[in-house]
Write a protein that binds this ligand. Structure first.
Ligand SMILES: NC(=O)c1ccc[n+]([C@@H]2O[C@H](COP(=O)([O-])OP(=O)(O)OC[C@H]3O[C@@H](n4cnc5c(N)ncnc54)[C@H](OP(=O)(O)O)[C@@H]3O)[C@@H](O)[C@H]2O)c1
Length: 281
């Protein structure tokens, strides 16, 4: 299940919406903030900026130093909040340890939340209300739908309950809608026998950030396996899913180019939706 065709389909769906916005006199604008010089984060931001340029989006980037103060991050966010040309803002995560990412995110206008991670939007998701969805979970929902993997009524076991992936994904896939409606089980370090859960599940999503944690003996033959968790060692990408799972799974995301491209596509879907909301309200 490569992510690129899913992302391409999302961008094709966005094209006429962007054209309509431009015809009405507004080019969607994405603001990005990067604190520090972490190479993986800089790489992620570059991919998103390149895509924004390809799409002809407006926007600007704020690069802050490794030792930027919390107040500098907050000032950049407030500046974007007040900028009518900016529809959505991405604060690249993780930020350096001395920056309180959650506190900074809380300063962002929830309607300009490109990543869908603002507490207000996590609350909207929990309540099934309209709002920007967290990008990686939304990308996984779109990935499963694109490959016509039935999710409704089936068990999905998610390994990890973190706030960027496992937790919001569990809320999303249990929503009452055609591309979700699943029986979701979330396992974590508090569930010592988690392989018993993943082994019985038709769909397993790895969201732990522990390289190679999901091994062939943890899944059933023919299972659908989505690898969301990754860790970087320098520029080396270490996925949660042991590549030997390919021999057992029925459907599986590739080691590289699985969930990542869908995450990027969702960022732009959130940006376009934010532009539409701002112009309709
Ligand atoms: N592909 C993408 O585009 C993309 C985007 C965003 C995030 N991610 C990746 O997604 C992963 C998860 O991120 P996150 O922020 O949501 O989560 P996180 O805060 O890093 O939490 C990891 C989760 O995995 C569980 N876990 C860790 N080791 C485990 C073990 N040995 N056995 C069972 N459970 C274990 C933890 O359990 P406890 O809660 O009990 O500690 C926790 O719930 C990361 O690798 C991140 O890089 C990928």
């Amino acid at each position: 299940m490569p992510g690129r065709p899913v992302a391409d389909a999302v961008f094709a769906e966005l094209e006429p919406r962007v054209a309509a916005l431009r015809a009405a006199g507004h080019n969607p604008g994405l603001g990005t903030i990067l604190v520090g010089s972490d190479s993986a984060s800089a790489g992620y931001i570059r991919i998103k900026q390149e895509r924004a340029a390809q799409l002809g989006f407006g926007g600007r980037h704020v690069q802050l130093a490794d030792d930027a103060a919390q107040a500098d991050v907050v000032a950049a966010i407030r500046d974007f909040n007040d900028d009518r040309e900016i529809d959505a803002v991405l604060i690249q995560h993780p930020t350096p340890a001395h920056v309180d990412y959650e506190a900074a995110l809380a300063e962002l206008d929830p309607d300009k939340d490109a990543d869908g991670q603002h507490p207000m939007n996590m609350g909207r998701l929990a309540l099934g209300m309209e709002g920007p969805l967290p990008c990686t979970p939304a990308g996984i929902e779109a990935l499963l739908a694109h490959y016509e993997i039935p999710v409704a009524g089936r068990e999905v076991v998610i390994l990890g309950r973190g706030f960027t992936l496992g937790r919001p994904l569990s809320m999303l896939l249990s929503l009452k809608r055609p591309t979700a409606n699943a029986a979701v089980t979330v396992v974590h370090t508090g569930v010592a026998d988690w392989p018993d859960y993943t082994r019985r599940a038709p769909i397993v999503i790895a969201a732990a950030g522990v390289p190679g944690i999901l091994r062939p003996e943890h899944i059933s033959p023919g299972a659908v396996v989505v690898g969301g968790g990754v860790r970087y060692e320098g520029r080396r990408l270490l996925p949660d899913v042991d590549e030997r799972c390919e021999d057992v799974a029925g459907w599986i995301t590739p080691r590289v180019g699985g969930v990542g491209p869908t995450t990027v596509a969702m960022l732009f879907r959130n940006t376009v939706a934010a532009a539409e909301r701002a112009r309709s309200g």
